[in-house]
Design a protein around this ligand. Structure first.
Ligand code: ZN
Ligand code: ZN
Length: 239
């Protein structure tokens, strides 16, 4: 079923709202560290990545999903066998929407559009490594408690996001503000909502990601994918 944002498709659809019973049964997956049957991973670099226009270092492959996993069938489009979620986490690049083209079978990421004009860079000592150290990840099915079907459920799910998992893939997104703009900058059609990423909550012991102190600031990155153009778009929302 389509999930329309306020700037795409039918804004009168119930899917245009961040919270509500229309999310019932939209069970995606929570992404946690650990080995599973499929080759999902955090960090590493298996794709050819462009340089961040601001840092002049390659973008970071934050999480990569093995699309042979039948749980992620919806994202297995256009000859993709892996879905890399990329951005630069060391500057203001990830604060603005960015669009990338995924080129297969070469496994190459190309910048389509970028809107960063703030030119802010993280202090040297706080920068996350490029590439990020790699570790295996696995998927856990969401439960009813993870869905934003009303304000209370939304608050509880948001509290666990960042304390129990750093990523949610497919299913119902948790929007900090409004639903994201999912219009494809290539063809104008509606993109598939893919995933959202949050930092590891500092109160968490042991950490959710053992190989790096995964701090992003108080922001959530959302990723959507156009099945026809293989354009991956990121958008940020802050608390
Ligand atoms: Zn950068
Ligand atoms: Zn498109």
């Amino acid at each position: 079923m389509a999930l329309f944002g306020p700037y795409t498709g039918d804004s009168s659809s119930s899917e245009a709202y961040a919270i509500g019973v229309h999310w019932k049964e939209k069970l995606g997956y929570k992404v946690v560290e650990g080995s599973g049957f499929y080759g999902h991973f955090f960090g590493g670099q298996t794709w050819e990545l462009p340089l961040c226009p601001s840092c002049r270092q390659p973008l970071q492959q934050i999480l990569t999903f093995d699309l042979n996993d039948p749980a992620l069938l919806e994202l297995k489009v256009g000859g993709l066998s892996e879905l890399p979620l990329v951005s630069c986490l060391n500057c203001s690049y990830c604060w603005e929407p960015q669009a990338f083209r995924l080129i297969v079978p070469e496994n190459k990421v190309q910048i389509v559009d970028q809107w960063d004009d703030q030119d802010w860079r993280m202090d040297e000592e706080d920068r996350l490594p490029v590439p990020l150290p790699q570790t295996s990840m696995k998927l856990e099915r969401m439960t009813e408690d993870d869905l934003p079907i009303d304000e209370d459920c939304f608050e509880l799910a948001l509290e666990r996001f960042g304390r129990e998992q750093i990523c949610r893939i497919l299913g119902a997104p948790l929007y900090l503000t409004d639903p994201i703009d999912r219009q494809c900058p290539g063809c104008g059609s509606e993109m598939i909502y893919a995933a959202q990423i949050i930092e590891d909550d500092y109160t968490q012991k042991p950490p959710l990601i053992s190989v790096v102190d995964f701090k992003l600031g108080e922001l959530v990155l959302y990723f959507s994918l156009c099945p026809s153009c293989l354009i991956l778009k990121t958008e940020m929302q802050g608390t």
